[in-house]
Design a binder for this molecule. Sequence first.
Ligand code: KIV
Length: 263
Amino acid sequence: MKKKNKSNRFSLKEVLKKDPIVCLTAYTAPIASLVDNFADVILVGDSLGPVLYGFKTTREVNMEMMIRHAKCVVENTKKSIIVVDMPYGSYESSKHDALENAKKIISSTGAMAVKLEGGEKISETISFLTKNKIKVMGHLGLLPQTLYGKPKVYGKNEKEKKKIFEDLRSLEKSGVFSVVIECTVKSLVDNLINSTQIPLIGIGASEKCKGQIIVTEDILGMTNFSSKFSKKYFDFLKKAQKPIEHFVKDVKNKHYPKKTQCY
Ligand code: KIV
């Protein structure tokens, strides 16, 4: 039997004790209720921009979109912890704006925590949020919100290697409860794991991370995303062709609806 807190959801303390921690993304009601059966943490990621809306980058996602999708995910889940990405432009200008926006996300959706991209540069802001009782997940390595053009693997040169240790140290001090580490050289991630108490949640990182996160639509084959770390467990886009063709044929041949399907 899974232990639940009063609201029936896992508490953060319970989730952090799990090994490994399983994190999946969700943006919509059907995917949220599906993954809630399996995930410890559900991230309402700003990847919803490219995945759902076909945006070129996550930078086009705004507060209104994140709130709308996060509310839907909270309402359609019972046990997982819900973390929401703070969108580009909602936390960089000042720590006061960041707090106002984080509070808005939490209070209008019922989510439990927010995620922000970056290290030292935003650690003062994250400290301000955590001091004001906002639970924060960090995000290091490849940072999609600052990405121009092609994604690249982080940590291949000495400068990036040194920087990520400093960034992790400052996130640790700012009170994050975990850090997503994306698309980063495995040997570097393994060294980071040995240097910190903070649970690292990997995506294109290392099997040694305390948890793994993935975009659900990517593993279901609902997107055309492909990278070295991605793995398709289902080919939705391909498998959906046949049933759609079947429906179209039925309509054209006047086989649908049947009399029994009419009122
Ligand atoms: O937006 C997102 O889905 C993410 C994950 C890929 C970590 O940040």
